[in-house]
Design a protein around this ligand. Structure first.
Ligand code: SF4
Length: 236
């Protein structure tokens, strides 16, 4: 049986998918998003080893609270980095009657990823930027995996929530939201579009880890402006 690498667990999570969820933050991420809140998830060798039994045990403790909509979310880091482990975990959770979502960044896709997406009940997709050059500037990765994730979601007809961090100076314009609307029109199963305002609360983590924080000069996103931009989003 495969083991995974875990960063942390959040119980009673209310923002990473519908309903109340147990969120497993898996360790390791190939991206280096300029605004990442969790740079401590990047190193795939850090965190701790976790066995499937622990995932099932912790997930089952939340069952009385999940209701119709809740369940488990695998986030990260980038969960698709641990596709083989996820396939076993999703299968075991389904056998317990627990629904599973993954929260992916669209920065990684390998030979297991299509099967993982097919097995999920829903996907949360963080669209880092719709422009290829800006995507790479923000994440340090190419946009190819994003399109692979989208193709897989369409192929398997998986419900999806789109999430987009809005960063002043990068994508905080009505024109960007209009372009985002067009971009996600290629996905048939979008259930929700959520804009999240950039903030710089993680800056001190970078200092502690000795990593340069690239957005030092960028101010947190204004809430009112974020609300106005959110009102422009539409599900295609
Ligand atoms: S994909 Fe997520 S975990 Fe990875 S660097 Fe970006 S924000 Fe951080």
């Amino acid at each position: 049986m495969k083991t995974g690498r875990l960063h942390s667990i959040e119980t009673f999570g209310a923002v990473d998918g519908p309903g109340i969820r147990t969120v497993f933050f898996l360790q390791g991420c190939p991206a280096r998003c300029a605004y990442c809140h969790n740079p401590d998830t990047w190193n795939p060798s850090a965190g701790r080893e976790v066995e499937l039994e622990e995932i099932i045990y912790r997930a089952k403790r939340g069952v009385p609270y999940y209701g119709e909509e809740g369940g488990v979310t695998f986030s990260g880091g980038e969960p698709l980095l641990q596709g083989e482990f996820l396939l076993e975990a999703i299968d075991a959770l389904h056998k317990e009657g627990i629904g599973v979502a993954i929260d992916t960044s669209g920065t990684y896709f390998d030979e297991f990823s299509d099967a993982v997406i097919a097995a999920c009940d829903m996907v949360l997709l963080d669209v880092k930027h719709i422009d290829e050059q800006m995507f790479t500037e923000l994440t340090g990765r190419g946009q190819g995996p994003l399109f692979d994730v989208i193709d897989s979601i369409n192929k398997h007809d998986i419900p999806i929530w789109i999430r987009q961090v809005i960063v002043p100076g990068f994508n905080d314009t009505p024109e960007y939201i209009e372009a985002l609307n067009k971009f996600i029109a290629r996905i048939d199963t979008v259930k929700k579009v959520e804009l999240m305002g950039y903030h710089n609360l993680a800056e001190s983590k970078y200092e502690k880890l000795g990593i340069n924080y690239k957005l030092k000069d960028v101010k947190p996103m204004d809430r009112e402006r974020l609300g106005k931009l959110s009102s422009l989003t539409r599900i295609a």
